[in-house]
Design a protein around this ligand. Structure first.
Ligand SMILES: O=C(O)CCC(=O)C(=O)O
Length: 258
């Protein structure tokens, strides 16, 4: 395991994110794109009752996106988000790559590591939902997941609603009382003209490691092609869900090594 240097981690610590380039070949990314389209169109042969699926909004407003719940919501490329992709063999194989295990071990050490969520994020062509600034922090967990591995499946640009990041904001949770780490509108407005704020443009297949607390959000898609991404948030497998009083993970992605 030697994909990352001390300098890489120093840069991650400073910025709250690290670009690591393309990890898989173009054929793998093309195949993941075809796979997620098959999942959206209901022809993937998976147990859809296990997938959390949410339709995109019709007007770009976050609050009017569809309900996030288990099960298929119709054959359409108009999904905003699909979770539980760790149960799909193709996505599972990609997120299990040794480079991702090495990154996870940097944060968690030699313990069992699970996916808190393995999620498709989509800005459908000429649509998409505005995602307000937030930190990936969940009040209902007894400890915070620290790392998200974000892979662009399509090129991500300002026009098609790429993520915006605010580097250096990963040291504190700004709004701990919000269940999902969203900033209040007043807090978000405070970052409107922040000189650190930038659009994270990516090539298809490019991967970024993100500290979960790095403030981020994304816009709508003003192009005629989708902007698809795969985002995997990793956690200590012993993380408890305080809401359900059970382990938050259903399975282990990386076992502790002997
Ligand atoms: O892809 C996006 O627009 C946002 C993704 C995101 O918020 C995440 O991966 O945590």
């Amino acid at each position: 395991m030697n994909h990352f240097s001390t300098q890489d981690w120093a840069l991650f610590d400073k910025q709250g994110y690290l670009r690591i380039g393309k990890v898989a070949d173009a054929a793998t990314i093309t195949s993941l794109c075809a796979r997620i389209d098959d999942i959206m169109l209901g022809r993937a042969g998976i147990d859809y009752r296990r997938m959390v699926m949410q339709l995109d909004s019709s007007d770009g407003i976050y609050e009017s996106a569809g309900k996030q719940s288990h099960g298929f919501k119709g054959a359409t490329l108009g999904y905003r988000k699909i979770e539980q992709l760790e149960s799909d063999p193709e996505f599972h194989a990609y997120m299990s790559l040794p480079i991702f295990e090495e990154a996870a071990r940097h944060f968690y050490g030699n313990i069992a590591i699970s996916a808190f969520r393995a999620m498709f994020m989509n800005k459908p062509a000429n649509k998409g939902t505005f995602l307000p600034l937030h930190q990936d922090h969940w009040r209902a967990l007894d400890r915070d997941p620290l790392l998200t591995i974000y892979t662009a499946l399509d090129p991500a640009t300002e026009e098609n609603g790429c993520m915006e990041l605010i580097p250096g904001t990963h040291h504190t949770v700004l709004n701990p009382s919000h269940p999902n780490g969203f900033l209040t509108p007043q807090m978000a407005a405070g970052f409107d003209n922040d000189p650190r704020r930038f659009h994270l443009t990516l090539e298809a297949g490019e991967v970024v490691l993100m500290h979960n607390w790095t403030i981020h959000g994304s816009g709508m898609n003003r192009t005629s092609r989708p902007r698809r991404a795969f985002s995997v948030c990793l956690m200590d497998a012993m993380t408890m869900s305080l809401r359900y009083d059970r382990l938050a993970a259903r399975s282990i992605l990386f076992e502790a090594r002997q």
